[in-house]
Design a protein around this ligand. Structure first.
Ligand code: FAD
Length: 512
């Protein structure tokens, strides 16, 4: 019997032919539905490079499918993607559409509502782990805190990655985080340059179109160097393994003005579009590190695998199982505005202005700038976590709801308490001074907590302890911090709290 013609819906973050329904599809008997929704583009004030990235990657993927012999039903619409699916089904009355489970909350329901049983949703094979892995992890832990570390160890054991033959972690320990906290090397350190990926004709056309359609988009649209197709994504992966994986661990937490990337991979950008799978990234890194000639220390490869097999998969399941309430969580009751600098006002805080400048130029900063500079400032200043989540969503090229909500609400703003992170990620200026080379050229002094020269982070840190310390007693080693605060002379505390009020107002009105 002739196999039926297949219809496969591919979303903009599922651009991959190596897994899922597309992997088994016979091109000449398959129609691939791709929907470019202008409503999606307009729902937030996205960084222009995010718009170019997604538009160009989708067009490249459609071209690649056509070249391979697939029929591509390309739809551009001002309406919703679900309405476009409805129109496709109406035009193909015998079709049943296959779709890999969407990562973002609510998307599957919206499609299902218009398509009913003419939509077949299959597991999303871009992930390393599935519902069954999460169920195995949570079973018996219903009343306990779910810890990433426990999840990660289970997944290491399951995959056999970085495990010895007798089931022990390679090197005898699961966690080498303590080796991954080196401050940045001196400014003259020769960071490996990432070979620029020049925009091709498709990307150039999208740059021109985004420029014309979104003239007020904040941030530079060029130079644009993000990978927009699988070949470029594989090149970035290869470049990372060759030139940065070795040092990934030691400088994972460092910040420097001499390099935007340090030894980070930037792979979240193509990975979150589906151009690469997490499996192939991990396997490539593990294979590279396995060759002693490449001199990749265990703390680097372990740290890298931890991010993907551990944090990325763990947060995705937290999101999947906790939405929609996770988005609304606000344990600390923060309702403050965004710092004015986040909206474009200049700031004299060197660490903040550097991170925001990098973000405007590229739509990307590395993790520690997200967590310990921008997120930290937002938390210490008492910013509304939902507003901050939206802001991160708008500004980052690798942002998607499934990754943004748990990272901002849960990890960075402690708005879900210690349900899935062990402590609030807060730090004063001393931390930034130790881990970066910013403070030497900043007008604020990280050692000072009161007075006009005090580092705003150092002041706000104690303001946070005063505001929330008692409630957070017992959480993540907070007690000694609270005790240290309470032991300070009354006059010192009053001066710090007075300055904290000035700082909070200054952040809001743009004078800090
Ligand atoms: C406030 C805040 C906002 C964030 N927003 C995003 C976002 O919009 N999109 C996004 O993909 N990640 C986000 N992260 C997680 C992390 O910062 C980025 O994945 C990472 O910086 C991307 O750069 P990279 O590819 O060079 O990562 P690397 O440092 O090279 O790490 C390797 C990979 O590990 C994964 N990873 C590492 N940490 C996390 C994490 N906490 N959550 C999920 N995956 C992780 C990423 O896929 C990343 O590519 C956010 C973190 C925080 C604290």
């Amino acid at each position: 019997m002739e196999p039926a013609h297949r219809h496969i819906l591919v979303l903009g973050d599922q651009l991959n032919r190596t897994v899922g329904p597309l992997a088994s599809a016979e091109p000449s008997r398959t129609t691939v539905l791709m929907i470019r929704s202008r409503a999606w583009e307009r729902r937030r004030a996205y960084h222009p490079q995010k718009l170019v990235l997604v538009r160009s990657a989708m067009r490249h993927f459609a071209d690649e499918l056509r070249a391979a012999g697939f029929r591509v039903a390309w739809v551009e619409t001002d309406g919703s993607p679900a309405a476009a699916l409805g129109a496709h089904l109406a035009a193909h009355p015998d079709a049943v559409v296959e779709l890999m489970e969407p990562a973002d909350h609510g998307v599957a329901d919206a499609f299902q509502e218009v398509a009913g049983d003419r939509l077949r949703i299959v597991p999303n094979a871009l992930w390393l782990t599935g519902d069954a892995d999460w169920a195995a992890f949570t079973r018996g832990r219903e009343t306990k805190r779910l810890r990433m570390e426990t999840w990660y160890r289970m997944q290491r054991a399951r995959t056999g990655w970085l495990m010895t033959e007798d089931g022990k972690p390679s090197g005898g320990t699961w966690n080498l985080d303590h080796e991954n906290r080196e401050p940045p090397p001196p400014a003259w350190h020769p960071w490996p340059a990432i070979p620029p990926l020049e925009p091709d004709a498709v990307t150039r056309a999208e740059i021109d179109a985004v420029r014309a359609e979104h003239p007020d988009a904040r941030g530079a649209i060029e130079p644009f160097w993000w990978p927009v197709n699988r070949a470029d994504a594989l090149r970035l992966l290869d470049d990372f393994c060759r030139h940065r994986l070795r040092d990934f661990g030691r400088w994972e937490d460092a910040i420097t003005e001499s390099s935007q990337t340090l030894a980070h991979s930037q792979l979240a950008v193509p990975l979150n579009l589906g151009l690469l799978t997490a499996q192939e990234i991990c396997e490539a890194a593990l294979a590279w590190a396995a060759d002693p000639a490449h001199e990749v220390p265990l703390n680097s490869i372990e740290g890298f695998i931890r991010q993907l097999l551990g944090w990325r998969e763990y947060l995705r399941h937290v999101y999947r199982t906790r939405m929609p309430e996770l988005r609304e969580r606000n344990l600390l009751g923060h309702d403050g505005p965004l710092p004015a600098s986040f909206g474009g006002a200049p700031t004299r805080m060197r660490c903040v202005s550097h991170a925001l400048g990098t973000l405007d130029a590229t739509g990307w900063t590395h993790h520690i700038q997200r967590l310990m500079v921008l997120g930290n400032l937002g938390l210490l200043a008492g910013t509304d976590p939902a507003r901050l989540t939206e802001w991160f969503h708008e500004r980052y090229v690798d942002a998607y709801d499934w990754v943004m909500v748990p990272n901002v609400v849960g990890m960075s703003q402690f708005a879900d308490g210690d349900a899935f992170v062990t402590k609030p990620y807060i730090a004063g200026g001393r931390y930034v001074d130790r881990m970066s080379d910013h403070c030497g050229s900043c007008p604020y002094d990280p050692e000072r907590t009161a007075g006009p020269d005090a580092c705003p982070l150092s002041t706000l840190y104690w303001g946070f302890v005063e505001r929330h310390g008692r409630a957070l007693r017992g959480v993540g080693r907070f007690d000694p911090v609270v005790r240290a605060w309470e032991k300070r002379p009354e006059a010192d505390r009053a001066a710090i709290l007075e300055r904290a009020e000035v700082v909070r107002r200054g952040l809001a009105d743009g004078s800090i």
